[in-house]
Design a protein. Structure first.
Length: 226
């Protein structure tokens, strides 16, 4: 990559990082190109030249964020099968909490009538693909039933995590509750399908985290104080 191209890509990445900060502050639909241009020290036409428009820019900001931390988790170790699957859930839970304001803003947008189906599909696809890979590894290791369709099961696992994340975004679950409920939900779905030592490991996981799976609907777990 030549110097000019690298500088252009670095500038685009800085703009995407700032866009995510504005999403956290104002919500997805509250971001304006004018404010983003001011924060980025570029002109509004420059933003349009680089990204094509506001929707394209914010789409790129959200998509690059999820791809970055999911791939970081993928490179972090050599886990396979069940260990990889649980590590992926741990990574997503940790990053969700670490960028709480940003993630809650996105959850609010995804839950609204104006949500972009394409944007949500992008986020879900990246997560689902890695779940499929982990489940296929479990099958090769004979730690899950051979008749299981990894694609179908991965979509149920991802859907379960989405439900838990929305509960967390509304403060029905604490930060620790997000992790515990996510692991419990994944374990509960896998429990009847796992084989051998994996079944024993998943049962211990479910027993350990089942108390965290109860959303405190009577009184919200308030936002963490900084």
């Amino acid at each position: 990559m030549d110097l000019v191209t690298r500088q252009r890509e670095e500038r685009k990445q800085r703009i995407l990082d700032l866009a995510r900060l504005l999403i956290a502050d104002h919500g997805y639909e509250g971001v304006t190109m004018r404010e983003l241009a001011e924060k980025s020290l570029v002109s509004v036409p420059t933003l349009y030249n680089l990204f094509g428009g506001k929707n394209e820019l914010l789409f790129a900001a959200v998509g690059s964020y999820f791809k970055r931390f999911l791939r970081r988790g993928e490179r972090a170790g050599t886990e396979e099968g069940l260990s990889k699957l649980l590590s992926l859930i741990e990574t997503v839970s940790r990053e969700t909490v670490r960028h709480a304001a940003y993630m809650r803003a996105l959850m609010g947008f995804f839950g609204g009538l104006g949500a972009s189906a394409g944007l949500l599909e992008l986020v879900e696809r990246e997560f689902t693909n890695q779940l499929v890979e982990a489940l296929e590894q479990m099958q090769r290791q004979r730690r899950i039933a051979a008749w299981v369709d990894p694609q179908a099961l991965s979509e149920r696992l991802r859907g379960q995590f989405t439900i838990v994340s929305f509960e967390w975004s509304q403060h029905y679950l604490s930060d620790a509750g997000l992790r515990g409920a996510s692991l419990y939900g994944a374990g509960a779905l896998l429990l009847g399908l796992a084989r051998g030592k994996a079944a024993d490991q998943i049962e211990r996981l479910v027993r350990k985290h089942q108390s965290a799976a109860v959303a405190r609907k009577g009184s919200r777990a308030g936002p963490r104080r900084m």
